[in-house]
Design a protein around this ligand. Structure first.
Ligand code: V47
Ligand code: SF4
Length: 372
């Protein structure tokens, strides 16, 4: 602790008292969060985040064996950062799978030890609530053992509205069909002034939070994300995390928080440069400190890259998502380095062990499946 004591001694009094609160495990306020996020030296943030990570999860680093099924990339919305969606009017590079085609994707994994299907796509006007209920029933009929983590709040808001059912009714029907939980997408940045610029036409922040709250009340846990590194400022990041922290206080229904770094390939915000790895580390470390009621912090490796994922394991991260098996297009279409995201179990284990952590295969709900 000598180094961090030296670092703390050099801080201004204001910052020193915030750091003291973190060390004492007292919750910091939004105002304090902005100061810590913008002013604390990276090494100090890293030390604090790593200490919290080890208090919560020891040396464990979680991953799972999953595949993504993306029913379509046709989307009625027009998020400026999205490289993946194709408007209905512009169908080049678009796909729309039938239910049978999606069931066939899963059939290829017969006998393989995957524990999760991550089912998320564009918001297609013709793929509604009843279509997806049918799909989930067929997935569960084929693989009753598999957990279906499906549909962002954006997709859910649209499908419930079109089917003229309340969020509670829609979610209860999906749960009845076999859906186990919700992924964290669609949160982006909650602050209206930013949301209005980057994704004005999709569900509001209030709707996103309401849908997750209802899901939690129905016994469906969920994840939460933030899309960072574009036009947002520190205050928007802290506001976003604070709203999630408040909801977690209420429901305890979030499994994990997943910061998603904005990637600038092939979208309407391509003129915005991507932030540096140092900025990634600051964001993740700060999230680990600020979001004191979240058990897990996930680095989604297909998006952030394998090397940065390894570094982030010393900056608060204890989960790196799954094997994925080249089944997602969201990030390859946004220009990330790894155009065919897949890692074998052996590769994931080696990646985690190389930085001195202990690999744990988990299921969606963080039950241990295998220790390595
Ligand atoms: O909501 C879209 C993001 C999200 C870009 O819950 C982009 O386990 C960066 O939420 N640059 C969808 N990000 C993916 C998602 C997710 C992924 C993995 C695991 C889980 C989970 C959730 O992808 C969108 C948006 O925030 N996104 N375009 C882009 N250009
Ligand atoms: Fe559609 Fe999602 Fe892309 Fe927005 S981020 S345009 S909702 S696919």
């Amino acid at each position: 602790m000598l180094t961090s004591n030296l670092v703390v001694d050099q801080l201004s009094d204001g910052l020193k008292s915030i750091v003291q609160k973190v060390i004492n495990q007292d919750r910091i306020t939004e105002e304090e969060g902005v100061i810590l996020y913008t002013k604390a030296p990276l090494a100090l943030l890293g030390t604090l985040a790593n200490t919290i990570r080890e208090q919560k999860n020891g040396n464990k680093t979680y991953f799972n064996k999953n595949i993504h099924i993306e029913p379509t990339n046709i989307c009625v919305f027009d998020c400026k950062f999205c490289s993946y969606s194709r408007l209905l009017s512009k169908k080049t590079e678009a796909w729309e799978y039938t239910i049978d085609e999606m069931v066939e994707i899963l059939q290829k994994y017969e006998g393989k030890e995957i524990t999760e299907v991550h089912l998320v796509g564009g918001v297609h006007p013709k793929m509604g609530l009843y279509y997806f209920i049918d799909l989930i029933k067929k997935i569960k009929a084929l693989r009753p053992d598999i957990h279906v983590k499906a549909f962002t709040a954006v997709e859910l808001e649209y499908m419930c509205r079109k089917a003229k059912v309340s969020y509670k009714e829609g979610l209860a029907m999906l749960k009845e069909a076999g859906q186990g939980s919700l992924p964290g997408g669609g949160a982006e940045i909650f602050a209206k002034e930013i949301r209005d610029v980057i994704c004005k036409d999709k569900c509001t922040s209030e709707q996103w939070l309401e849908i997750h709250e209802i899901a939690h009340a129905l016994g469906m846990p969920s994840n939460a994300t933030i899309l960072y590194g574009h036009i947002e400022k520190a205050k928007h990041i802290v506001d976003h995390m604070s709203r999630l922290r408040n909801l977690q206080d209420k429901t305890n229904g979030f499994n994990t928080f997943i910061p998603l770094k904005y990637r600038n390939g092939n979208n309407q915000m391509s003129h915005i440069s991507e932030v540096s790895v140092v900025d990634d580390m600051r964001l993740y470390a700060f999230a680990r400190i600020f979001m004191d009621n979240f058990d897990h912090l996930k680095a989604y490796w297909p998006m952030i890259g394998k090397k940065t994922t390894q570094s982030l394991l010393a900056f608060g991260v204890d989960d790196i998502d799954g094997t994925i098996d080249d089944t997602t297009k969201i990030y390859s279409m946004a220009g990330v380095e790894d155009q065919n995201p897949t890692m074998s179990t052996e590769e994931i284990i080696a990646l985690i062990k190389q930085v001195g952590r202990t690999p744990i295969e988990r299921d969606t709900l963080y039950n241990t499946v295998n220790e390595y």
